[in-house]
Write a protein that binds this ligand. Structure first.
Ligand code: AMP
Ligand code: MG
Length: 323
């Protein structure tokens, strides 16, 4: 039985997995009424809720702490204060329970959890707050085929929402606004399999100052930014010859993005997989899920005092020894 802790950014989550089955997936996310995420405040939030979420997960799973074989911890990448708080908590628990830690790369966990919905060897469109990447497995590593050249898709949407004082997270609010909007022409930026959003953000803000409606801007944002993501993902499918697309990350909750992915897959005869919402957003279950796979492959850290966070670890730096 593996317990997993997610703590890379806004969410503190604890999940419990046993033989590939999710027994619990509890979380508490830091939010704001207006303005964006303040890393130190998010870390303070994590510290305040950690015991409660930990206990809640054990209760939901109906297990005692002594059944736990290892603690999987999101070691990388993310906001340093949030990662550090999670690592501190994980080490404390590991010492109390006398179990090893399994250090997890958060992005890889988003991909591996796709197995639970049937994705075997997918290209993943990882569309989250800070991360936007097209990832697929090739020759011993998860490789990044394309990515954002500036901000993550979610941060870009949140930044747009912040401009209108919609609060954090902005994604669901922008999705709602977009339902009432129509298309205005805005810049479409893609180079190969890389995308960029800062030019689009500037243009959207300028158009708002010129009197265009929030609804039209939200609609145009989604149509344009999501189309670049889907185009990059399609190119990666063509390049790798893979036949599955997996959506991951919080922006993957967006119904329009899901629809566009589905259409593209239908047109090229690929299968489309999207996990349920609780597994798309940052969550402890995916950390525990990958933790169990790695633990079973013999990957664990017993000497936990020497384990540290790695806020800038890239997906392709992970040595995939469990496949
Ligand atoms: P993550 O970092 O993977 O937990 O995802 C968080 C990001 O997902 C934030 O930037 C949110 O604004 C975004 N998000 C959540 N729900 C939606 C949605 N329905 N549409 C677009 N973005 C969303
Ligand atoms: Mg994430």
């Amino acid at each position: 039985m593996i317990i997993g802790i997610e703590t890379t950014a806004h969410t503190f989550g604890v999940g419990i997995v046993d033989k590939g089955k999710i027994l619990a997936n509890e979380k508490d996310a830091y939010t704001t009424e207006s303005g964006g995420i303040i890393p130190m405040d998010a870390a303070t939030h994590h510290k305040e809720v950690s015991e409660k979420i930990w206990k809640g997960a054990l209760e939901v799973a109906g297990i005692d702490e002594d059944k736990i074989d290892a603690i999987a911890i999101s070691q990388a990448p993310g906001l340093p204060p949030c990662l550090a708080e999670g690592m501190r908590f994980a080490k404390k628990k590991a010492k109390e329970l006398d179990v090893p830690l399994v250090p997890i790369n958060h992005c890889v966990a988003h991909l591996e959890i796709g197995k639970i919905v049937g994705a075997k060897d997918p290209v993943m469109l990882y569309a989250s707050g800070a991360n936007t990447q097209i990832i697929a497995y090739a020759e011993g590593k998860y490789r990044v085929f394309g990515e954002t050249l500036d901000t993550g898709i979610g941060n870009f949407i949140d930044n747009f929402a912040r401009y209108f004082d919609l609060g954090f997270p902005g994604g669901p609010k922008v999705e709602k606004l977009a339902k009432e909007g129509k298309y205005i022409e805005v810049p479409y930026t893609i180079k190969g399999m890389d995308v960029a959003f800062s030019g689009l953000l500037t243009k959207l803000k300028q158009l708002y100052e010129k009197g265009e409606s929030k609804e039209d801007l939200a609609f145009s944002l989604q149509e344009t930014a999501f189309a670049t993501l889907v185009e990059a993902a399609e190119r990666a499918l063509a390049h790798t010859g893979k036949k599955e697309l997996l959506l991951g990350g919080g922006v993957g909750c967006n119904a329009r993005l899901q629809e566009m992915c589905k259409l593209m897959c239908e047109e090229r005869g690929a299968k489309f997989f999207v996990p349920e919402r609780s597994l798309l957003v940052d969550n402890g279950a995916m950390i525990a899920y990958l933790g169990e796979i790695m633990f079973n492959a013999g990957i664990r850290v017993e000497d936990i005092d020497n384990l540290d966070i790695d806020s800038r670890q890239r997906t392709d730096m992970v040595d995939v020894r469990w496949k």
